[in-house]
Design a protein around this ligand. Structure first.
Ligand code: ATP
Length: 330
């Protein structure tokens, strides 16, 4: 049975990069392929980065991540939605994978290098992050993984781990492939440069307070060469135009670019349009989130049910793995 799997870390407020890069794609893909789909809130992954992990916030953030995903269209009655730590077979399989993964491969991972560079002391968990991710995917023998571009390198490692395991212990795992949203593989942060990322703090939250969203949009960097309204602008150099295509119809974006080029419209007016379009696009999500906050048991029951379903698959895979790697069976 072919399966789709994706996941998100409960490391902070879910942002439009997570939404457009992964969640939208996930919801669409499940509908299109009609495959069994699993979605995991990866709380053990959230522990790997000490800058993003806070013991007091983890449970609440995990709940919030589930809530936002359901609000954004993921239906727990159709999708197996669950929390990573509720299915301990993930960490068990990751230990097995750790032994067939060269340390050098892990040290080469871009995300590891970026995150490690910001830390005084790097835990081994951060290095092992992609091994645990391979276990998240392969424990369900998932072959399709909707993710943003930032995960391509990790996915390639998952493929190598699957290959290596199959060679050493016999055909067991499919080689999973990444499935990117062609319209938003890498959403930039509000500085217009680095990728939008929870732990970097350059985000616009999917449910963020409208006033705060407006403040962030208002301050998006403009074309530095355009000093007065009468100066023609270069849309490529105004960050507002990086975000507009995600939310506004194509024709509208083209008209606004043209107006901007010929100094027919100020950047602030374009930012106001972006804000309006953003609020329009996220309104249904905000409304569903409000309902879910009033009915938290819907989220919690969904997670409980999801963990039960996920465990059945995970346990069967682990049984197969334990036999193949030669453990003593009683
Ligand atoms: P962190 O900052 O804690 O690493 P993150 O914001 O990068 O978190 P993850 O939880 O690691 O997000 O990723 C969840 C999903 O969202 C993944 O599929 C990832 O590829 C996708 N994603 C994250 N950021 C972006 C982005 N800026 N553009 C497109 N997709 C993204």
């Amino acid at each position: 049975m072919k399966r789709v799997l994706s996941g998100i870390q409960p490391t902070g407020e879910i942002h439009i990069g997570n939404w457009l890069g992964a969640i939208v794609n996930y919801v669409e893909l499940g509908r299109k392929l009609g495959r069994e789909a699993l979605y995991c809130i990866v709380d053990y992954h959230a522990m790997t980065n000490p800058l993003a992990y806070e013991k007091e916030l983890l449970a609440q953030r995990t709940f919030e991540a589930a809530l936002v995903n359901i609000a954004a269209g993921l239906d727990p009655e159709k999708v197996t939605l669950f929390v990573q730590s509720h299915v301990p077979e993930h960490t068990e399989l990751s230990w097995v994978f750790t032994n067939i993964t060269p340390v050098g491969d892990l040290q080469r991972m871009t995300q590891y290098k970026d995150k490690a560079a910001k830390l005084e002391s790097v835990g081994a968990g951060l290095l092992m992050y992609p091994v645990l991710q391979a276990a998240d995917i392969l424990i369900y023998k998932a072959d399709t993984v909707p993710v943003g571009e930032d995960q391509i390198q990790h996915l390639e490692l998952s493929r190598e781990i699957a290959r290596r395991f199959n060679t050493l212990f016999g055909e067991t795992f499919p080689e999973p492939t990444a499935y990117l949203n062609p319209d938003a593989p890498r959403v930039p942060g509000i500085d217009g440069k680095a990728k939008m990322s929870k732990s970097t703090g350059n985000t616009i939250g999917l449910l963020e307070d409208p006033q705060s969203v407006w403040e962030k949009i208002r301050l998006l960097p403009d074309d530095p060469a355009r000093i007065r309204l009468a100066d023609p602008g270069d849309p490529e150099r105004s960050v507002v135009f990086k975000f507009l295509p995600y939310f506004a119809p194509k024709e509208m974006v083209e008209v606004l670019k043209e107006e901007h080029r010929r100094a027919g419209i100020g950047t602030l007016a374009i930012k106001q349009i972006l804000f309006d379009q953003y609020m329009k696009a996220t309104r249904p999500i905000r409304e569903r989130a409000e309902w879910l906050r009033q009915n938290p048991e819907y989220v919690l029951d969904g997670l409980e049910d999801g963990a039960r379903r996920a465990r059945q698959i995970a346990q069967a895979t682990m049984q197969e793995v334990r036999e193949k790697i030669g453990l003593l069976r009683l």
